[in-house]
Design a protein around this ligand. Sequence first.
Ligand code: HPA
Ligand code: ZN
Length: 337
Amino acid sequence: MSTITNLVKNMPKAELHLHIEGTLEPEMMLQLARRNNVKLPYANIAEICDAYNFTCLQDFLDVYYLGMSVLQTREDFFELAFAYLQKVHSQNVTHVEIFFDPQGHTERSIPFDIVLSGISDALEKARTEFKITSRLIMCFLRHLSEEAAFETLETAEKYKDQIYGIGLDSSENSNPPSKFERVFARARKLGFALVAHAGEEGPPQYVYEALDQLCIQRIDHGNRALEDAALTSRIARQQIALTVCPLSNLKLAVITDMRQHPLRQMLQKGLLATVNSDDPSYFGGYINENYIAVQQALDLTMAEIIQLGRNSFIGSFLDDHEKTAALENFDNIVAKL
Ligand code: HPA
Ligand code: ZN
């Protein structure tokens, strides 16, 4: 193993952009479909994998919503989330901030508390067994209405102890952040941390809206912010973290070749960029595979990899005390690698 791959694999990391429903591996999809009597248009794993050929975000989302239809019980959500946590524990992830899409489940009559309790059970088990710390971020589906988002937020209020933040995902084009200004204002009043997907497919204007109208604390993706120099320097100056997802960008044709990935440019412009997997089962790799793919394509240096690892904790929602401890631990371990 090259020294740099060794560094990627062994350094402690935080994952800040991960949709738990996007960790559903084909094997588990088939197993849960059988267990829950859900009809899928796939007969076997090869047919599922054949469907994972996306030309844009919407292509992926259609397959993603279909896949999550096999998730029905608290146990299903627990198994899904715990499998992910086991996997990233083996990749030396020590902190996770996980998105979930409750509307993808409540829309098909799965109760909110079934979804949340299954995921929370897994986070609790990972905390005791693996010492993985976590924050849960509930996303609104932006292709649905403002009213539906308000209803979902009202439900989430009852589970405030388990939900740390609010995010915004799904079909970006034609669903600008401004559509959710009022519901994000309400979430802010309730004390939730705020993030949003912006600038994945959508224009720099959507990043401005996410910052100025939604008042988000972190940008998910943010690639297209680089098209606007003033916006880029502002994000750098304010040290607003970007949760970048290299294999996702490649699979969803945000870039056509990993060698075009803007990650090094982001670092050179002083942006607080981090590396994440987004939907690892659908995009061909968990967090370490994302680091390795982009490292190899851009020939990132040890110093750049270390910066990315440190950024993952700096950009996290750990409190100041936890952050200092996580960075100290990071520096100690990296010094010995
Ligand atoms: N973008 C938008 N919505 C999503 C994504 C993504 O990458 N993954 C799951 N929902
Ligand atoms: Zn995402």
